[in-house]
Design a protein around this ligand. Structure first.
Ligand SMILES: Nc1ncnc2c1ncn2[C@@H]1O[C@H](COP(=O)(O)OP(=O)(O)OP(=O)(O)O)[C@@H](O)[C@H]1O
Ligand SMILES: [Mg+2]
Length: 380
């Protein structure tokens, strides 16, 4: 979780500023490179780095800014596939719009903070760090006084970002949103990979939330090339890259900016290991496969245990009939004492695995039953 206002997370902010000072293309930046390395600034390749101006997201930025600036609190639901810029764009807009307000904004990673009480405790902890004027919410004898935090939020405008909201089970998602959305001046910015996590909410919660939805589509190849160029100019030695290799990387990354930026960094490392002063297509190819595997297992680890069970029961070699797959899934749930998801949810999970390219339908026309094959890791 991070606060977005100046004066908090001081250390991190100072580091970020000194990183920005050291940025720049050309000879000055090249002078920062370690001998033999093509990288002059590692920070611009880190996930938390927020570029001065995110590219190609003007419409999304305008919609978010409009919501945040409004006098009455508005809620937002940002959704899109991994690496489509949801977090970085939101942070950029919030830094600009909330940067001067008393408490700015608060980011909560729902992967870690998965109950309403935890969320409120985190909000209080961050507010305490942010303000030196107010009496702190935390009291050594009784911990955080939730009522005090809620009362405070009723009076003071605050944006709370709920990142990875789709990682919460439906019960907690309903509870957290129901409670937070009714607190007077709080605006919620929910971030998820899809709209399903919004659609399956209890109708009362959904109508209370009534968010503006903002879709982040995957980047087109030329857009990714521009994002890569921006990073290469800030992070690599002069002359270490060509537009051609950046284009190649953008094509491979297939709309995912995180993957593209990692590919750029790994290719630069391989080129340096090869003792060349420029990234060649062979470095891109060599960097790609392990990166793709790593990204796939990371994405799989972010899905639910039920998604993973379905995936694991699909054989690496050959295919499996969908009814047999379901049979194995139910059997494993029983042995692990897990309650299986309902048939409709199971069908949705299966579709999600196919859409995310973890599984594929076996190309066997004329077969009565759906056959599935495993794709992940085998086919970058
Ligand atoms: N429009 C952009 N301009 C510059 N950099 C970008 C842009 N979009 C994404 N990036 C960079 O790509 C990386 C991934 O972006 P981000 O973390 O915002 O993706 P995300 O949509 O939040 O992904 P996830 O769903 O996995 O959390 C970050 O390093 C970010 O700085
Ligand atoms: Mg994100």
């Amino acid at each position: 979780m991070r606060m977005g206002t100046e004066g908090r997370d001081d250390e991190q902010e100072a580091r970020h500023k000194s990183d920005l000072v050291s940025l720049g293309s050309g000879d000055a930046a090249s002078a920062n490179a370690k001998p033999g390395s093509l990288i002059v600034n590692e920070t611009v390749f880190s996930d938390g780095f927020v570029p001065d101006a995110p590219l190609h997201r003007h419409v999304e930025m305008a919609t978010i800014a409009e919501s945040v600036k409004s006098d009455t609190p508005h809620h937002m639901w940002l959704y899109g596939k991994p690496g489509t810029g949801k977090t970085v764009v939101l942070r950029h807009v919030l830094k600009q719009t909330c940067g001067r307000s008393a408490d700015g904004y608060i980011e909560i990673d729902c992967w870690e903070m998965n109950t309403y009480h935890r969320v409120i405790d985190q909000v209080a902890r961050q507010l305490d760090r942010a303000s030196r004027k107010r009496t702190p919410f935390e009291d050594r004898t009784r911990g955080f006084a939730r009522q005090d935090v809620e009362d405070y939020l009723r009076e003071s405008p605050l944006v709370i970002v709920l990142d990875q909201i789709d990682q919460l089970c439906l019960r907690e998602r309903n509870a957290i949103l129901y409670n937070l959305a009714q607190i007077g001046r709080v605006s919620l910015a929910c971030v998820s990979t899809g709209l399903e996590a919004l659609m399956e909410l209890d109708p009362r919660v959904r109508s209370r939330l009534n968010p503006a939805t903002v879709h982040f589509r995957p980047y087109f190849s030329p857009e990714l090339t521009a994002i890569l160029k921006q990073r290469a100019e800030q992070g690599l030695r002069l002359g270490a890259w060509t537009e051609d290799v950046l284009r190649k990387m953008a094509e491979l990354a297939n709309g995912d900016a995180r993957l593209a930026i990692r590919l750029l960094r790994e290719s630069a490392r391989l080129a340096a290991g090869d003792r060349t002063d420029r990234i060649m297509p062979r470095h891109v190819h060599a960097a790609w496969k392990p990166l793709w595997r790593e990204a796939s297992s990371w994405r799989l680890s972010r899905l639910t245990e039920h998604h993973r069970l379905i995936y694991e029961h699909t054989p690496e070699q050959g295919s499996i009939r969908s009814d047999r797959l379901r049979h194995f899934y139910l059997h494993t749930c029983e042995t692990r004492q897990l309650s299986p998801v309902a048939p409709r949810t199971y069908a949705k999970y299966l579709q999600r695995l196919i859409q995310a390219r973890f599984l594929a339908e076996s190309p066997a026309p004329g077969r009565k039953n759906l056959h599935l094959i495993r794709r992940c890791a085998a086919t970058p």
